[in-house]
Design a protein around this ligand. Sequence first.
Ligand SMILES: *Cc1c(COP(=O)(O)O)cnc(C)c1O
Length: 423
Amino acid sequence: MQTYHTPLDLVRERSPERPVAIARPDAVAVAARWFQDKFKGDVFYAVKANPSPWVIETLAANGVTSFDVASIPEIELVAAHAPGARMAFMHPVKSRRAIASAYFDHGVRAFALDTHDELQKILEATDGADDLTLIVRLAVTTDGAAYSLSGKFGVETHEASALLMATRRATRHRMGVSFHVGSQCMRPTAFQAALAQANRAIVRAGVLVDIVDVGGGFPSIYPGMVPPDMADYVDSIHRGFAEMSVHEGTELWCEPGRALVAEASSILTAVELRKGDALYLNDGSYGSLFDAAHTKWPFPVKLMRAENGEAFEVEGPLRPFRFYGPTCDSLDHMPGPFWLPEDVREGDYVEIGMLGAYGVAMNTRFNGFGDAETVMVSDAPMASMFGLAGRSIRLPREEREEERKVVRLSRPKGAAGKRRRRR
Ligand SMILES: *Cc1c(COP(=O)(O)O)cnc(C)c1O
């Protein structure tokens, strides 16, 4: 992988023709160490957020050696890039062959479930193994998250007792509970509330659990979505855990995806055409901009230009733009608004930041595009929850108004919170 100090150096040296994924391993390292330091429990990285080998390797080198995986290819990836890592198979629905291969070929012992049928599958596919860690995924309220993850998985309260009891009876080894408060959770107390809900479920069922897994949902910074301090999130978890009816040895786990990687990648795209306020870029919704298109998240942007062997960042009065990606599909549209200097022109480069989570991971080859190379840089990300850069993103006045509206989300419930939820 080639290394530059900054993306601007890359533009200066070779004006890349295709989109380039910019990797900032230092940002992953800092986030990994932050979680190791502050979270009083075990940190499992949720691989789906960004399965790049450099991410897995950087995490492992910085002490995160546990991984939340959801498929056999993810298990193979972790095994290849973090030999000896511990893995938990946290997808609540798995094929029998995947369960057997995880257990017998890869040494995976922890499995999630949210139904009696899945419990039975796990027991049968592992030949009644007596060293399983079985984690029951609970459905919890997810107010305050920008992406709800509760619609698809998690056993509902009224059915939880029977499943918790059946799971306790089935494991001679360990059992636990998990949940997911929703991705990009803007309200730290959501964790404490979910832990209280989990506690009611285990008390009602009369089971003792060995593991309490608070899932992911730890936020990053995006224009219009500047969350409270990350420390508030772990404090809320530690408070909630302390109030639970669990035994002395009960372990606390978390599964951050987004928070460990969001800052660590951006994409460098080129402007191929401008039509008024629409910029046609060489990357789009089938590349790294899935969220920008489908959930209409705005991402921070920077404009760069190469001229006469020089390259510079273009400054100047900003105006809102929307983006189109390179494929012929009309869904390949990112409404933004993305605030860029008003004289953007063909041949300019736009660095789109904060795409390390669910950005580069979503890349497809549709229509012959999506073949992005990756280069490493060592400058700071566009924003940081971990003190690497400002906590706020440089925005023009109109955007700040928006941001102020949304930041109120982090206060207790309100109609605004409901409106922001997207899926
Ligand atoms: C996606 C996922 C995560 C990571 O969620 P983030 O919001 O990215 O932190 C954690 N656990 C499970 C089970 C997931 O599916």
